[in-house]
Design a protein around this ligand. Structure first.
Ligand code: NAP
Length: 485
């Protein structure tokens, strides 16, 4: 392989690569071939200790700098990421199997957006003066301290930056633990931040499975935990963080509704459903996997969808013509195959896909089921793979109630030409990140996150600042102190 996917060492701690082969071996598998492309080791207690000690030291140094100085480092890191976009995208494709066609525009670029945006905000983070009628008060916006980021495997570069950029902008340090499935990309983020001038130890990356994440979450010297992962992991991490009274952000799973009314522009709605189910081979938390189509346009919708699926190019993800790559792992493909089997067994109509291609790599065909009912497993559980469930509805109030009848609440989308209906329906959907006549856009300027079991807190936008800083309030008396005795 021409591209060297083996990192210099497993961890990036205190401004340098760090190895400790006493940790458990993690083999990094290229999802397109099943080959081992790198080997890293889970963090030992010694590595965790080095990350915590250097993180706390760097945080004190970093918080003493002005916001403008901190912002300059983040914006420089954004520039380096953009300059290195091609190389970083190739690595992201090796790490995840996502097609280069996507990674070139959605991963390092979105990480750079976050670094640039929060770098721009850093100098303007302030408290306020409060007039108290003679006396007065003021607030100081302070960092939380040492933050821990724990990532899922679907967007390793983006997640590392979406957590790191606001944390650092606010004057915190971060220890980031990538998913054991995709350990490579976050190391590059750490390298780039260091090259951009971040003090050694400010952004440490350490590898490991859930156990390493668990140690970080229960560590008393950690002040905040931000997790991107599944709801079951979120429940565990949230509970463990609560024990230490730590701040949390939880970016968890979903089973989001995408509602297509009878007056929708069908090609746009089909495009939205494709983006919301098959991008990144369906491994996107906010996907609109329950596609509710008005019964009067069901046949037209399915016909257009089937036609557009002829444009699928599944294959080598490093080939820029490929638009569907493999699943991230054998394990994830097995899970998706299980759901496809359940869809068939429970009586949904298979419209497209459903097969696992022969040969190497964890490929699976993008799959569409129609005649799905609310009770079927594929309409209730997060699949996290390229499986679209098409359901029908007749009435606005009915579809809103059915769309909301889930424990999740990450995203929701509506396609209609009726602007009043679009806003009325979105207003009643219980979801954090919503779309009108679009699906799955996630610009850094808009808050991203879920309600109900899908999460707590928000990433991106000014809202993220609230989750990485706290206010100290100071009362200033101008006169004498009155006391009872
Ligand atoms: P996961 O199994 O929940 O793992 C997420 C991360 O948590 C991994 O790094 C994992 O480590 C770690 N972890 C597991 N148990 C832990 C514990 N007890 N304490 C601390 N850390 C622990 O999720 P995944 O399979 O990687 O990712 C898919 C899920 O992420 C889906 O549900 C998807 O919807 C969700 N997701 C949500 C968003 C969002 O922004 N809302 C974005 C992307 C993905 P190891 O896996 O290495 O053991």
């Amino acid at each position: 392989m021409a591209y060297d996917t083996q990192p210099k060492a497993s961890h990036f701690v205190d401004g340098a690569y760090l190895e400790d082969t006493a940790g458990e071996l993690i083999e990094v598998i290229y999802p397109a071939t099943g080959e081992v492309i790198a080997r890293v080791y889970a963090a030992t207690d010694a590595v965790i200790e080095a990350a915590i000690t250097s993180g706390r030291r760097a945080q004190a140094q970093w918080a003493a700098m002005s916001g403008t100085e901190r912002g300059r480092v983040l914006r420089r890191a954004a520039d380096i990421m953009r300059e290195r976009n091609h190389e970083l995208s190739v690595l992201e494709t090796f790490d995840t199997g996502k097609p280069l066609q996507e990674t070139l525009v959605a991963d390092a670029t979105s990480g750079a957006d976050a670094l640039e945006y929060f770098g721009g905000l850093a100098g303007s983070l302030t408290g306020e003066h409060v007039n108290l009628g003679g006396d007065w008060g003021y607030t100081v916006r302070e960092p939380l301290g040492l933050c821990v980021g724990i990532g899922a495997w679907n967007y390793p570069t983006q997640i590392a930056c979406w957590k790191g950029a606001p944390a650092l902008a606010c004057g915190n340090a971060m220890i980031f633990k990538p998913s054991e499935t995709t350990p490579l990309c976050a190391l590059k983020v750490a390298e780039i931040l260091h090259e951009a001038g971040a003090p050694a130890g400010l952004y440490n990356v350490i590898q490991g499975m859930g156990a390493v994440g668990g140690k970080l979450v229960t560590e008393p010297r950690v002040d905040k935990v931000s997790l991107t992962g599944s709801v079951p992991t979120g429940r565990k991490v949230y509970a463990a963080a609560a024990e230490g009274m730590k701040h949390v952000t939880m970016e968890l799973g979903g089973k989001s509704p995408l509602i297509v009314f009878e007056d929708a522009e069908i090609d746009n709605a089909v495009g939205g459903a494709i983006n919301g189910n098959f991008y990144s081979t369906g491994q996107v938390c906010s996907n609109g996997t329950r596609v509710f189509v008005h019964s009067s346009i069901k046949d037209a919708f399915l016909a257009r969808l089937k036609g557009r699926m002829a444009g699928i190019v599944m294959g080598d993800p490093q080939d820029e013509a490929t638009n569907i790559g493999p699943m991230v792992s054998q394990r994830q493909r097995d899970i998706v195959e299980g759901y496809i089997a359940k869809g068939k067994a429970e009586g949904a109509t298979l419209i497209a896909g459903g097969e696992t291609p022969e040969g190497a790599g964890f490929y699976i065909q993008p799959t569409v089921f129609a005649d799905v009912t609310d009770e079927m497993t594929i309409a209730r559980e997060e699949i996290f793979g390229p499986v679209m469930a098409v359901l029908t509805f007749d009435d606005e109030a009915e579809v809103i109630a059915r769309a909301n009848a889930t424990e999740f609440g990450l995203s929701a989308g509506v396609f209609t030409r009726d602007i009043s209906r679009a806003h009325r329906v979105i207003g009643q959907l219980r979801a954090g990140s919503c779309f009108i006549n679009s699906y799955n856009d996630a610009p850094v300027e808009l808050p991203f996150g879920g309600v109900k079991a899908s999460g707590v807190g928000r990433e991106n936008s000014k809202a993220a600042i609230e989750h990485y800083s706290q206010l100290k309030s100071v009362y200033v008396r101008m006169g004498d102190v009155e006391a009872a005795f």
